[in-house]
Write a protein that binds this ligand. Structure first.
Ligand code: SF4
Length: 421
């Protein structure tokens, strides 16, 4: 797949990024995704991260211009009523020239194969493929790719790889469901919002306590601490250090979760995994592919990971079944050490920055170059876009940024951040 230097490395799997908007798509492309996945219409499992038809068309054109593929999620668990407009929607996706459909429901799968047979179908993780017979079944049905269930260990992934010839896609990073990959009725039961139709309200992240029926105003904490208990709240998946093993196991695509996440998150995580894959690719060339399992990522990758924020990390089922260590029982907070402050909108000696968090003179910033290089600069002064000096830059404003050293060689769409703790 394509490295950040534009060179193809066929030994590396595809890096597949989540995008919830046209802007996130551009950021993911900028930081080195080989492919992106997005949702549109009412058929995606992220009802709050769908792109309109015009943005889908523009996104596909933009991605293809940069050699990046676009897959579209059509992965609701459909009811009969959901099928009525499906043919027109599939037709639209064909005309938009998307590169694949991500489907979890067998009925939707059958319709897609019948109505748009030229569009490759990738089986969604919602279909919960956990064994080789399942994999063989979907291969016989014409799936081009399987996104395996997140509840698999490395040995099981290797066994499925041996059994089938179709492409295997694996989640390597992002939020986890306590249920089998979103096949969950918790949200529907508690809030009326159906996770299987893309409307999850994430009650697995809520704080829970015990209430006695005669004392409705009194809540008793359960087990953990005075903040209550988060009994369903999983830590986030991170298989960064297992990329060599996954490559060795024959993964064709490594997928990042997070279509609802921020531009900063998408950009920073894609950048991190791009850099990791490129590092592994370079080491494979240097040492020989048979040494793949011995490749370790340097400490800089962990330091970068901590700057992006998470619920804490788990390797989920990779080596063993998760335990209580893989849950976050005492809170839901992300723990980022850094916050995004802006996006480069125009290059030059004083680049034009779209501000996302307040900026003051004297602030120390990190410019996130492509690759893993962070360039540290200090804000010396700022002007508004008309050139008038300002003492503080507020979110959503456009400013010219003067720094020491000067940010002379920045690229469009690059991100800036600052330390917050
Ligand atoms: S409530 Fe939690 S476990 Fe259930 S689908 Fe939503 S995010 Fe997943």
């Amino acid at each position: 797949m394509t490295g950040i230097d534009g060179e193809k490395n066929p030994d590396l799997p595809e890096l597949l990024a989540p995008v919830g908007s046209l802007e996130k798509l551009k950021i993911a492309v900028h930081y080195g995704a080989d492919a992106v996945y997005l949702g549109s219409g009412q058929y995606s499992l992220r009802a709050h991260a769908v792109m309109g038809p015009d943005d889908v068309v523009a996104g596909v054109e933009y991605a293809h211009r940069h050699g990046v593929k676009v897959y579209v999620t059509v992965n609701i668990m459909a009811h009969n009523r959901d099928l009525i407009e499906l043919p027109a929607y599939l037709q639209f996706l064909r005309e938009a020239k998307v590169d694949g459909l991500i489907i979890g429901d067998p009925g939707v799968f059958a319709m897609a194969r019948r109505l748009v047979p030229e569009l490759p179908v990738h089986l969604s993780t919602q279909a919960n493929v956990t064994n080789r017979e399942s994999a063989l079944f979907w291969q016989s049905q014409g799936a081009e790719r399987l996104n395996l269930a997140r509840e698999l260990g490395l040995v099981e992934i290797e066994e499925i790889r041996q059994a089938v010839r179709l492409k295997l896609e694996l989640f390597v990073h992002g939020a986890l469901c306590i249920s089998y990959s979103g096949r969950c009725s918790l949200s529907l039961y508690m809030t009326g919002r159906d996770a299987n139709l893309g409307q999850c309200a994430h009650p697995c992240r809520y704080r829970y306590a015990l209430r006695e029926e005669k004392r409705p105003d009194q809540y008793f904490p359960v087990e953990e601490d005075e903040r209550g208990t988060y009994i369903f709240n999983s830590k986030d998946l991170c298989l960064l250090h297992h990329l060599p093993a996954l490559i060795k196991a024959g993964a064709d695509s490594l997928k990042i979760e997070g279509r609802m996440k921020s531009i900063y998150y998408v950009g920073a995580i894609v950048r991190l995994y791009r850099a990791a894959l490129d590092y592994i690719g370079a080491e494979m060339r240097r040492l020989g592919p048979e040494q793949l399992a011995k490749i370790n990522l340097p400490q800089a990758f962990d330091e970068e990971l901590q700057k992006i924020g998470s619920r804490g990390y788990t390797e989920n089922f990779f080596n063993q079944s998760p335990t209580e260590q893989d849950m976050l029982y005492d809170g839901i907070d992300y723990q980022p050490t850094h916050a995004p402050v802006g996006i480069v909108r125009e290059v030059g000696t004083a680049p034009l920055i779209e501000v996302r968090n307040a900026l003051d003179p004297g602030d120390t910033l990190e410019y996130l170059d492509q690759g893993l290089r962070n360039i540290e600069v200090q804000v010396t002064s700022m002007t508004n876009s008309a050139g008038a000096p300002i003492l503080r830059a507020n979110p959503n404003s456009m400013i010219r940024l003067y720094t020491e050293p000067a940010l002379a060689n920045v690229t469009l769409l690059s991100l800036l951040r600052k330390r917050v703790v």
